[in-house]
Design a binder for this molecule. Sequence first.
Ligand SMILES: [Zn+2]
Length: 539
Amino acid sequence: MHSETSVFRICQEGYAAGLPVYAAVIGSGPVILKDAAGQTVRSVSFDVPETDPASGDAVTVLDLGVLEEGIYTLERGADRRRLSVKPAAWNAVTHALIKGLYYQRCGCGLLPEHAGVYAHPACHTAPAADWEDRSVRRRITGGWHDAGDYGKYIAPGAVAAAHLLYAWKLFPQGCSGDLNIPETGSGVPDILSEARYELEWILKMQRADGAFHHKLTKSHFAPFIMPENDTDPEYVMPVSGTATGSACACLALSARVWRGFDSGFAERMLRAAESAWSWLKAHPDNVPFRNPEGVRTGQYGDWSDLDERFWAACELYAATGEAEYLADAETLYGRGIHPDQFGWADVGGLGALCCLFDLGEEAGEVLYTKLREDLVRAAEGALALSSASGYGTSLPPQGYIWGSILPIMSHAMTMIAASLLTGREDMRDAALLQWDYALGLNALDISFVTGFGVRSVRNPHHRPSGADGVEDPVPGLISGGPNKNHTYPVTREKLGEDLPPARYFLDITPSADTNEIAIYWNSPAVFVSAYLRTLARPE
Ligand SMILES: [Zn+2]
């Protein structure tokens, strides 16, 4: 059970030495911060706060500044809450968020020496039938289970892998530690080996003509059983434009990364990306995916593939230097790409990272100068949302959608990019507040990362966590968090209509609408934490 909550909200995993310490306090009246010896370090007075519309709390974010390492106590009247500042504050949680993807591996046994009590035999190893031609059966094993279910989907997987790759490219010292996975000690950073597990599966999902199948799932979601017991037939579902575009982009990016580690693998990925691009050029109109009759697994429908094509053109230019890709990227950007979007449906932000941080000014007037302006403007919007929020969360009250952690982490990524481009510390600090949100600085006083924080999510909508007979959930998985947008009727029954959106959350296993986990929610959190760890005082 969760311990009793207090008026204070903190980053429950502690704070990093060298970075500002933020905490939130509900209500008014001065707050005192004492060190371990009981000496007052800060005395903070502030105006009586207005009610935060997203949470319904009268709450203030306290900027306690940079603090020396140690244990501190926040005090107001009789209410006290301990917090810690330590040199390697986010080391364990960052590595756990990456290793969370290892626990999602499909098609291989998780061994006790890597997975401990969460070990299980190999799952989903039978050949899968082609949905459109059942006489064709292919053995396509590997990849990560997408979320709380056992499906595997190309666009979400490509985006999650790309988050890891950009985290490593931009902030290698923040995410390169050992994870105790089978590849540890191979000479390749573990974060890249983990990404490769997904990339090898993505490669297998390509059709002979270059297109990518949208997903590999069963016709229905499995009950809450372990993956090795989920033996109903799997199907290779039809191809789509968005799957082909995102796989193309991710593989071209990966080809650049692996040139330094495994040139054969890099070459294989680049060839697959080029073949996907040829298919996209031959199919200029989006080929959307809709669940075929009789299929009820995740649809991941996306009615525009322009952003996937844009990202792919950027990555192919970066990988090959061929001018036609740059020209295509410019044209596509002009058709309305959002450079601040990092989710499975809208991937414009990943193309923006390629242009701004890999190509740089070489990308030219549109793809560097204008794109940079557009991104910084979007970051101003994300910063304004954070400033207007009682908890500093970069989300409007109506923004608490299914998987609200994604737009929050996505806004943090945008502000990080803007801070890197401009040197602005206000952007950095607002990104830090989003990380603090994930680890407990929120209305619910909950750390959304399983296994981390004194009040962390205990019952995520995640089949292995529900079925493995182990009391603690699989560690290092981030919950989607509050959602008052598309909620289940049963959630509405339990929580009522009056509860504010930032509190619309149930830490119970059936609540996929508020408490599911997903690979592409872990991955942007890895990007954010890798960045922050590079800023923290050296460990
Ligand atoms: Zn599996």
